[in-house]
Design a protein around this ligand. Sequence first.
Ligand SMILES: Nc1ncnc2c1ncn2[C@@H]1O[C@H](COP(=O)(O)OP(=O)(O)OP(=O)(O)O)[C@@H](O)[C@H]1O
Ligand SMILES: [Mg+2]
Length: 218
Amino acid sequence: MLVEAEDVSVSIGGRAVLDGETVRCAPGTMTALVGPSGSGKTTLLHCLGLLLPVDRGRIVVGGDDVTGYGAGARRRFWRDHAAFVLQDYGIMDEESVAFNVTMRSGLFGRRVTGDLERLAAVLEQTGLGGRQEEAASHLSGGEKQRLALARAIYKQAGVVFVDEPTASLDAVNRRKVIDLFAGFAADGRTVIVSTHDAEMIEACGSRYEIGSARAVAA
Ligand SMILES: Nc1ncnc2c1ncn2[C@@H]1O[C@H](COP(=O)(O)OP(=O)(O)OP(=O)(O)O)[C@@H](O)[C@H]1O
Ligand SMILES: [Mg+2]
C-alpha cells in the first residue's frame, strides 16, 4: 500500500513543526525519515499513520485521500492495515508477553486465543522465545522494544510505522531488527521508519531529509 504525505504542514502551540513535507512510501520498500533531533520525523510518522491530524496538505493511502478520515475510518485503517512500533512501545505492562503480541484473550481469564504457533515463532525471531507467560512489566527496555516488534510481526500488517526501532539495542539485536524490517519490505509491505541509525538508513530503499522539504534518493 502506497502511503504519501503531500505538502504537509503541522503547527503545535503556534510553532511550525512540519512545513510542506512531501514523502512517498512505496510498498516493497523501506523508507527512512531522517534529520536532526527535533526536525519533525516522529510528527510526520504520526501524520502518515493517521495518529495526528495535519493543518495543511494531504495524506494519501493507496491512492485515496484519507486526510479527512473520521474516527471510525481511522480505526479501521489501524485494525486492517497498520502496525506501529513507536517510541513508548505501547506495551501493556500488567499483561503477559503473549497477550501483548496477539492482543487476544478468552472471555474469562487471561488465556491467550490467537495463533499460538505464530506467537511462538515471532517470539523466537525477536529473541523472546519461551517467555509467553511472563508479565511484560518484567522485561527490560530493549526487551519491551522487541516485544513491540513481535506484535508488529505477528500482525502481518501491510503498512508498518516504526519510530527509532534500534535506539536502545546492542549491535547484534540492532542488526536483527534491521534485517527483520528489511524482510517485511522484501515481502511487499510498506515500512516507514524514523531513524538516526546509519546502519538502518543504509538498509532503506529511499530516504527523506525531514525539515529540508527535499527528497534524497538513497
Ligand atoms: N505534543 C507536542 N507539543 C509541543 N511540541 C511538540 C509536540 N510534539 C512535537 N513537538 C515539537 O515538534 C518538534 C518536532 O518533534 P518530533 O518529535 O517530530 O522530532 P523528531 O525529529 O522525531 O526528533 P527526535 O529525533 O529527537 O526524535 C520538536 O521541536 C518538538 O518539541
Ligand atoms: Mg522522534
